[in-house]
Every structure is written in structure tokens, then in C-alpha cells.
Design a protein around this ligand. Structure first.
Ligand SMILES: *Cc1c(COP(=O)(O)O)cnc(C)c1O
Length: 396
């Protein structure tokens, strides 16, 4: 059998290459940080990690991880409900709830699992899920696993959401779901308006804070802080793999009965391993740091403002952002690829995005700012962008 299947795969892989969609992985031989070393020996400044608060290689988290390893061992060898729950897991769940101002939290191996396991245990074919068209793949997959009726509205379009809510009045319960920050533009979902509509049309609200937590809001508490609506969201999902240390892990936090039901019925929670103690221990330290000081959030916000201002001043076309994502619009796919390649030669590591990841004719370079960046790093990036931009005729 495999012979014919192999031929089929080789052809399909060839098609991916031909379409220019083949993904190559660049090999890094240093810890994640502002400055990284590549296998080629080149040292580059990294502007494409989700390391927003610069915690991926933070000494405090490494120390806490080692302590967790010493006190609770390497692995749990169990799911949570058999023998995979330690005091550390319970502490971290409480810290996450305290951080977001919610009632309870359930941990997952990843946010992908949190989203994959959130809808099916809560809603049935009698209910409705109303989803933003640009929601993350994990939300889309989670919705697919649930029998609820599906409604979709164009990205952040509140008039369209209202129309879908009217249609969904036929169903028993309604849940609106959105990403907090959309990762290609860096725009924040209009969650204030969304909550108003939810109240008007009797719906619940879920926000995936994976790209917004740690970043959006003065103290990084996400969209509920940004819009001053703490306590109004029924459900929040998020990751420990971006701002919050960048290792692994996800969570759902919100109303306590919802979390209780997920512990009983959520399949990625029930049938997948418990997070390793070292990750949980570092997570606890991380949330303690978030309540002790706001230095990292402040630095990230300063860095983002600084970079946006300098890039605008030299003439780049930049999407307005309320996050730490800065989309430098180039529109042409080939140009975005060439631009990113030439920036790498200048020691700046960024990624060009083009169709089908973004709409046709909307190619761009996405820059992700971090509290790990120093002003000199930002200046180097702006200088490299300026040099390449002039060479490729993007700016004058
Ligand atoms: C990154 C991301 C995820 C997946 O997070 P993992 O913990 O890596 O699985 C889910 N949702 C959104 C919006 C994300 O940006």
C-alpha cells in the first residue's frame, strides 16, 4: 500500500513547493531572546517571537523551574483526575484567576487544547456559537467538534455580529467567541461593543487572550483591562506559550460552574497528560512577578510606541496597532519575501506574510516587539528597514 501513498505524498509536497507555500524551519542554537544565534553562525536580532515580555529566558523563571524540578520531579505520568494534580497546579490555577479577575481556572497542555476542549462539553445542537472570521485555527477546530449551530461575522464587524445574533435568537444559548488581538494586523477586538451586543441579545462572551494577555492593558491583563470590563467575560482562554514565559501550557478561566463542567467533560483535559511541575512552578513565579512590578509591561509599551513612531517617520505604511504587533504593509508577496531575506542579511530576523495567511494583495512583514529589546536593538531594526526599504523602492 505505502508505495502508492508515498507517490501521492511526494506529489502533494511538490505542489506545496510550487505554490511557494513550503515552510522551512530556521534552526536556532541559543536560548530565545532579543539576540539569537542561528545554526549558520549568524547572530541576529529577533523580531518574530511571541516573547512579548522577554520572559522566555528570564533568570527568575529558570530558577523557579529548577525548584519545581527539585521539589516535584520531572513528569506527572498521569492526567489530572487520576494522579496528575499537585499543589503547584492548584496554585497556578488560582494565580491565573486572580490575574484576570475571574472565578476559577483549568489548565491544559496548550491553548490549542483549551480551545479544542471548550465548546463541545458546554453546548449542544440546540445552541449557537457566533465566531469572528479571523479567529485562531484552534477555535475553528474546537467549534467543529461541537454540535452547536455555527454563525460567522467578518473580522471585528459589529453590525454583522448584530445580524448574526438576531438569527441566533432561535437557539437556546448563544456564545460569541473572538480572539483578543488578531495576530496578523495587531488590532484589538472591539470587546466593549461585543459585550454590549451580548447583553442586548442575551449571549455569553468568550475571548482568546493568547496574543493580548501580558500585552494589552496598562498592566497586561488583556482586553478586559483595556476596555474596563473586568468580570463581564464569561470565558477567557490563553496560553503560557507567548507573553507568559513561552514554554508550554494553556488555560481556560472564567465562571466557576463553567470551569467545573470542563473538569468533568473536556476531552483534552481528561485524556491528555498533566503539565510538568517545572513549567507550573515557573508559571507561578511568573504571575507573582506580574503582581510585584509593571516594569516589563511598561517597557514593552514604550518599545512598541518608539518603534511605531520611528517606522512611521521614515515613511513606512504601518497598520495602527493596540498590541505589540506591528504590520509593515508591502502588499506584494514577492516583495515581502525579498524584504525579509534582505533584513536577515542585515541581522534582523522577521517574517514576511502573504496569501493565504493574509488576504491577496495584503502581503506584509510582521514585527513583534518585546520587553527584551533595548533601544539600540530598535534603532538597528529601523536602520535596517530604512536601508532595505530604500533599496527596494518601498520608501524614498
Ligand atoms: C498561539 C495561539 C494559540 C495556541 O497557543 P498554544 O498554547 O501554543 O497552543 C491559540 N489561540 C491564539 C489566539 C493564539 O494566538
Amino acid at each position: 500500500m505505502y508505495g502508492t501513498f508515498q507517490k501521492h505524498l511526494i506529489k502533494e509536497i511538490g505542489d506545496i513547493h510550487e505554490a511557494g507555500l513550503y515552510k522551512n524551519e530556521r534552526i536556532i542554537v541559543s536560548p530565545q531572546g532579543a539576540e539569537i544565534s542561528l545554526e549558520s553562525g549568524q547572530k541576529v536580532l529577533n523580531f518574530c517571537a511571541n516573547n512579548y515580555l522577554g520572559l522566555s529566558n528570564h533568570p527568575e523563571l529558570i530558577k523557579a523551574a529548577k525548584e519545581g524540578l527539585d521539589t516535584h520531579g520531572f513528569g506527572m505520568s498521569s492526567v489530572r483526575f487520576i494522579c496528575g494534580t499537585t499543589d503547584l497546579h492548584k496554585t497556578l490555577e488560582k494565580k491565573i484567576a486572580d490575574f484576570f479577575g475571574t472565578e476559577d481556572t483549568i489548565l491544559y497542555a496548550a491553548a490549542f487544547d483549551a480551545n479544542g476542549g471548550v465548546f463541545e462539553p458546554l453546548l449542544t445542537e440546540e445552541d449557537a456559537i457566533i465566531s469572528d472570521s479571523l479567529n485562531h485555527a484552534s477555535i475553528i477546530d474546537g467549534v467543529r467538534l461541537c454540535k452547536a449551530q455555527r454563525y460567522r461575522y467578518p473580522n471585528a464587524d459589529m453590525a454583522a455580529l448584530e445580524e448574526e445574533l438576531k438569527k441566533a435568537q432561535a437557539q437556546r444559548f448563544r456564545l460569541i467567541v473572538t480572539d483578543g488581538v488578531f495576530s496578523m494586523d495587531g488590532n484589538v477586538a472591539p470587546v466593549d461593543k461585543l459585550v454590549e451586543l451580548a447583553e442586548k441579545y442575551n449571549a455569553m462572551v468568550m475571548v482568546d487572550e493568547s496574543h493580548s494577555a501580558g500585552v494589552v492593558g496598562n498592566t497586561g491583563r488583556g482586553v478586559s483591562e483595556h476596555f474596563n470590563i473586568t468580570g463581564k467575560l464569561d470565558l477567557i482562554t490563553g496560553t503560557l506559550g507567548k507573553s507568559f514565559g513561552g514554554a508550554i501550557g494553556g488555560f481556560t478561566t472564567g465562571r466557576k460552574e463553567i470551569i467545573e463542567m470542563l473538569r468533568q467533560r473536556s476531552r483534552p483535559y481528561l485524556f491528555s497528560n498533566s503539565l510538568p511541575p517545572m513549567v507550573v512552578s515557573a508559571g507561578i513565579r511568573m504571575f507573582d512577578m506580574m503582581s510585584e512590578t509593571n516594569d516589563l509591561q511598561d517597557k514593552l509599551h514604550r518599545n512598541t510606541d518608539y518603534f511605531m513612531e520611528k517606522m512611521g517617520a521614515v515613511g513606512f505604511d504601518i497598520k495602527p496597532t493596540q498590541s505589540a504587533i506591528c504590520a509593515v504593509m508591502l502588499y506584494d508577496a514577492k516583495l515581502a519575501q525579498d524584504f525579509a531575506a534582505q533584513l536577515l542579511d542585515e541581522g534582523i530576523y522577521v517574517i514576511g506574510f502573504y496569501y493565504p495567511v493574509v488576504p491577496k494583495g495584503q502581503a506584509r512583514i510582521r514585527v513583534q516587539l518585546s520587553a527584551a529589546h533595548e533601544t539600540e536593538h530598535l534603532d538597528k531594526a529601523v536602520a535596517a528597514f530604512t536601508k532595505v526599504g530604500k533599496k527596494l523602492g518601498v520608501i524614498q
